[in-house]
Design a protein around this ligand. Structure first.
Ligand code: GRF
Length: 188
């Protein structure tokens, strides 16, 4: 049996796609047990196409943040993952998930942390005028992109880059980096 992952997403799911592709490879040490989103994320389709269970846990369907935190933790726990992977999940995790899965939650961020944390890492790096940015895979803690750095990849910024072109190139470096960290973690 390979290591079960629950992947959390909010967006287009190209990072999820990379994980799904890696999981399909022979002798892959992990499988995606479920994909959970905080909104009707387009990326859920990639999981549905493979018959992987999906769930949407929307903040607005809950009376307050604490109730949503508990609902998210319950949705994750229903699939009993060994690892939780945030693949473009745009919300902070609350105590219920952190307490249950602390040390077993990975996140990927499209900048070289500790520079440019937060929701606009690519835009902020570009606005600052850096010549090198990249991607960082971290262990998740209660802060905003403050967890222990596990791996980084550098990406050069081109003169004519827009947020979109730069983010696309970062994703090309970021996805194999995340897959490799997940693979290593699963192999112990
Ligand atoms: C990734 O670059 C991730 O680091 C950032 O959002 C992007 C997710 O893209 N937080 P996608 O939804 O997987 O295509």
């Amino acid at each position: 049996m390979t290591t079960p992952l629950v992947v959390l997403i909010s967006g287009t799911g190209s990072t999820l796609q990379a994980l799904l592709a890696a999981a399909r490879e022979p002798r892959a040490p992990f499988h995606v047990a479920a994909v959970i989103a905080d909104r009707d994320a387009a990326g859920l389709e990639f999981a549905r196409a493979e018959g992987i269970p999906t769930e949407v846990v929307r903040l607005r369907d809950h009376p307050d943040r604490e109730t949503w935190d508990r609902a998210l933790a319950a949705a994750v726990a229903a699939h009993d993952p060994e690892l939780v992977v945030l693949a473009g999940f745009m919300k902070l995790l609350g105590a219920p998930v952190l307490e249950t899965y602390g040390g077993r939650i990975l996140n990927t961020h499209p900048a070289l942390l500790p520079s440019f944390p937060g929701a606009h890492g690519v835009r902020d790096a570009l606005a600052h005028g850096v010549k090198i940015t990249g991607a960082t895979v971290i262990d998740v803690d209660a802060g905003v992109d403050t967890g222990r750095i596990l791996a980084q990849a550098a990406v050069a910024v081109a003169e004519d880059d827009t947020e979109e072109t730069l983010h696309a190139r970062i994703k090309q470096a970021e996805q194999p980096l995340l897959v490799e960290v997940v693979r290593r973690r699963c192999l112990g």
